[in-house]
Design a protein around this ligand. Structure first.
Ligand SMILES: Cc1ncc(COP(=O)(O)O)c(C=O)c1O
Length: 465
């Protein structure tokens, strides 16, 4: 950033104070303990971004190690995406896709169908991830209703998995703390163990978690189960990859019981795992993909549900319809952003870059394993996590107080202080999650390393390891 003069700085100090006061008084941040902030503990305000970095209102530069929130995959400051959005406003600012279509959304639907695996040829647009999941749950139920399976209403998801906060998506979400304040949820959300094998006893069948899904289906009665909804690599819990053959076994189980397999790729699509869709990296064919976030690299809010021809077919006849929709779904400006974003992906081969650089990124994280607090390193593509433990031999985890100190009082503060934006999370065991923009390379991997090493070493010391 250009050097600022003293006059500019003091001018900006007044502006910073004003923004801070307005934010403290009027802004309601999501999933944020607003009471943590006051004049002494200011809200972090980010005002500029470019490439792999963002800057706060004081002009301090941070490496965006979380791609915003797993969404700015193409990197910040792509003016060509903004130009495409501006051009779209000049041509057609808005038309609803309730009974109308427009060129950009048609072009985008065709492009997504070509990119998606198998016969996922039908695109139902939404405004975000939870809306996509919500739509998939309703679609699965209505599909079964239309095909004569009137009792198939339940859906199986996994422990700890996050599928969004709307009441249907929350019913799929497997985080008791997120669900409890909003009970009763939409009925039908059932859960099975996830693929977190780090703490599994030695010698456990690698397909144990897949068989647990079958067990849950049998417990519920297969004739009442509409769908299984899974992320390719589960985010909550710390980028949990599936075991070899896991999805192939789940696919078999679903086919056996006429249950739809929904791949929730809100995070795992758009190059995050090195392929356009996460299921392509892991080699399985879902009936429905739900996604959002980096479809536009977050330059505009947009989500989409891709359905196979088989699932869409009953809705395409005569007077039939999927009675569901959102005003902003398929917004022309968001569709223009998505098209321009996909142009960037193609031109710069961002998926190829992730595949090529994954070993280097992962290798950098693996090099931290000598630090006592580092228990596990896992993930796929540019979607990796470090699980922290008190004892590497026994995998003993932290008490609630230790965990609070480690994540909220130490890591959150220290990582931000050292200009690395990533996530210290304890929805399962405590993890540091990293999902950098897909343009990151050796320079950024080294920066991440140079922050994490001293911070994790100090955390180990302070915890007494
Ligand atoms: C797997 C998954 N599904 C759904 C959602 C909800 O997406 P949104 O916040 O866009 O509603 C998220 C958000 O992170 C997610 O990770």
């Amino acid at each position: 950033m250009a050097e600022t003069t003293v006059k500019e700085r003091s001018g900006s100090q007044a502006r910073q104070d004003e923004l801070q006061q307005k934010a403290l008084r009027h802004l309601w941040m999501h999933f944020t303990q607003m009471g943590r902030y006051d004049a002494e503990n200011p809200i972090p305000i980010i005002e500029k971004a470019d490439g792999a970095y963002v800057w706060d209102i004081h002009g301090k530069k941070y490496l965006d190690g979380l791609s915003g929130l797993f969404c700015v995959n193409a990197g910040h400051g792509r003016t060509e995406i903004g130009d495409a959005m501006a051009a779209q406003v000049r041509e057609l600012d808005f038309v609803t896709i309730w009974s109308y279509a427009h060129p950009r959304v048609i072009e985008l639907a065709e492009r997504l169908a070509h990119l998606a695996p198998g016969d996922l040829n039908r695109c139902f647009f939404t405004s975000g991830g939870a809306e996509s999941v919500e739509s998939a749950i309703k679609l699965a139920r209505q599909y079964h209703l239309k095909t004569g399976n009137t009792r198939k209403t339940k859906f199986i998801a996994r422990d700890l998995a996050y599928h969004g906060t709307t009441l249907g998506a929350l019913s799929a979400t497997g985080l008791p703390g997120f669900r409890a304040p909003f009970e009763p949820l939409v009925p039908g959300g059932c859960h099975a163990p996830n693929t977190d094998s780090y703490r599994w006893p030695e010698g456990r069948d690698p397909l144990w978690a897949a068989e647990k899904i079958l067990e849950r289906i049998e417990f519920e009665d297969p004739s009442t189960v509409a769908a299984v909804i899974l992320e390719p690599v589960q985010n909550a819990g710390g980028s949990l990859p599936p075991q070899e053959g896991y999805f192939q076994r789940v696919r078999e189980i679903c086919d056996e019981h006429d249950i739809l397999l929904i791949s929730d790729e809100t995070i795992c699509a758009w190059g995050r795992l090195g392929t356009m869709f996460g299921c392509q990296r892991l080699g399985y064919q879902p009936d429905i993909i739900t996604t959002a976030k980096a479809l536009t690299s977050a330059y505009a809010p947009m989500g989409v549900l891709l359905a196979s021809d088989r699932i869409a077919e009953p809705f395409m006849q005569g007077n039939e319809m999927f009675g569901h929709g959102f005003t902003f779904a398929g917004h022309p400006v968001a569709a223009a952003a998505a098209m321009a974003n996909l142009d960037v992906f193609e031109r710069e081969d961002l998926c190829g870059h992730v595949m090529e650089k994954e070993p280097e990124f992962r290798g950098m994280l693996e090099s931290l394993r000598d630090i006592p607090i580092v228990g596990d390193v896992r993930g796929v593509g540019f979607f990796q996590s470090i699980e922290m433990v008190k004892d590497r031999e026994t995998k003993e985890t932290f008490t609630e107080d230790e965990c609070k100190w480690l994540l909220r009082d130490y890591l959150d503060v220290e990582l931000y202080e050292r200009a690395l934006i990533c996530r210290a999370d304890d929805r399962g065991e405590p993890v540091i999650q990293l999902a950098p923009t897909l343009i990151c390379d050796t320079e950024q991997f080294e920066e991440i390393h140079d922050v994490l090493r001293p911070v994790l070493e100090e955390a180990s010391r302070r915890i007494g390891l």
